[in-house]
Unconditional design. Structure first.
Length: 424
């Protein structure tokens, strides 16, 4: 075995949960063909394009351009061309394979709200570019790095991407008015999807298998097997990948609990965050909707922005008893509740936390009967945790677990103010 003990100072790796997020995005990226027509917010699209723009490139050449194609007529022309090429490509396969090929859906050009063409300008910052004198095609390889960055960022945003390669570059130039010195590298369908399959579609339908990692890793020269210690690690990584959880959504076979943390003592949200951390530690998806703490830049809110598997929404406008506009507070509470209901009913979350929801109920902003109805009709495997003072009797009766926080002492009684990192 190699001794991997550090002998020199070295840069710290990313925090563990960030690393897991990177590897999860890579493992769960899929070449998608089925899409929803839902629009993509400009801010989301901008984030994905920035991720692509941050790709590595030879000599910092940044040879890419991104053409966002939304016009329906343009996409119809491209799709018609792709259909002609698809039929032409089928002739390359034997009859049995040809029939299977033609049965596959290979693009979603008109199904998505937009397409993106990524190009490579081979003259950018040229003619002399560091690192490109010997291998001229490194600019194309760099553009492929931008494609992959976009793909992974899109997966992190819940967007599907489908790479359409059954087209002639010259025709794409004509459709999109691309100059001759610029190479169209990738034509991508981008849009939201109902779900991402656990494995690549072509693997699932039996078109081709995934090759074992140890078969494609050599040592010192092409084709030479790696040493035993590396082979063992490659096999273990292949086994770990094969046994990873495929779908972290709640199972309908388990009974989802409805839990309440209430009472006048401090610690209801704090305890809820502890349960959130426990679920996230198991890499289970969690949603937190805060109904009250809108004006507070809380520690949990800041931390949540860095965590995969966690959706954290601050929907309230501040503490209601300090409000000068209860009508606006009610509107904010109603919006928060509609979002919370959608999250509970989606089945996408293992745990949904309704933080401080009791205030919204007790102030009459949302109806208790509506809350109870939503709890009864949520998917069976979704756990729900509600927090807040003075939980109404009807809510307590519906709960599987109720914990009451009782104040024995509180720093406020001694004139001490809330502490950063302790109270918020």
């Amino acid at each position: 075995m190699l001794d991997a003990t550090p002998t020199h100072p070295r840069a710290e790796p990313l925090p563990g949960i960030w690393r897991r997020g990177v590897y999860e995005a890579i493992a769960r990226r899929r070449d998608m063909r089925e899409f929803l027509p839902d629009p993509i917010a400009p801010t989301v699209l901008a984030r994905v394009l920035m991720a692509a723009h941050l790709a590595g490139s030879v000599g910092f050449m940044q040879p890419w351009n991104f053409i966002v194609v939304e016009d329906r007529l343009t996409r119809e022309k491209i799709r018609a061309h792709v259909e002609v090429e698809r039929v032409r490509a089928a002739a390359a396969f034997d009859p049995e394979r040809r029939e299977k090929y033609l049965s596959l859906k290979l693009e979603g050009i008109l199904d998505t709200p937009l397409n993106i063409c990524i190009t490579c300008d081979r003259t950018r910052f040229g003619p002399a570019v560091i690192g490109r004198h010997t291998i001229r095609t490194t600019d194309l390889y760099s553009t492929c790095c931008a494609v992959q960055n976009l793909w992974l960022a899109a997966r992190a945003e819940g967007l599907g991407v489908g790479w359409v390669s059954i087209l002639q570059p010259q025709r794409l130039r004509e459709f999109l008015h691309i100059p001759q010195h610029v190479i169209p590298v990738a034509y991508l369908c981008v849009g939201y999807v109902r779900e991402f399959p656990p494995e690549p579609t072509l693997q699932t339908v039996g078109w081709l298998p995934r090759l074992p990692l140890e078969q494609i890793v050599s040592s010192e020269r092409f084709g030479a097997p790696p040493p035993e210690h590396l082979t063992a690690a490659l096999r273990e990584e292949t086994r770990r990948y094969a046994q990873r959880p495929r779908d972290r959504r709640p199972s309908d076979h388990q009974h989802g609990l409805f839990m309440i943390y209430t009472g006048h003592g401090k610690g209801k949200t704090t305890a809820a965050m502890g349960m959130v951390m426990r679920a996230l530690g198991r890499e289970l998806p969690v949603a937190v909707i805060q109904f009250i703490k809108g004006k507070w830049q809380t520690g949990e809110r800041l931390f949540a922005e860095s965590l995969p598997h966690l959706t954290f929404l601050v929907m309230g406008r501040g503490f209601t008893w300090e409000s000068e506009d209860l009508n606006r507070d009610k509107q904010a509470a109603v919006q928060a509740w509609e979002k919370a209901k959608a999250m509970m009913h989606s089945g996408d979350y293992f745990l949904v936390v309704l933080d401080e929801i009791t205030y919204a109920i007790n102030y009459g902003f949302i109806a208790l009967d509506d809350v109870l109805d939503a709890l009864r009709n949520r998917p069976r495997g979704v756990h729900v945790l509600a927090t807040g003072r003075s939980a109404p009797p009807g809510l307590l009766e519906a709960a599987d677990l109720v914990s009451e926080m009782t104040k024995l002492k509180h720093p406020f009684d001694q004139g001490l103010q809330a502490k950063v990192g302790i109270d918020y």
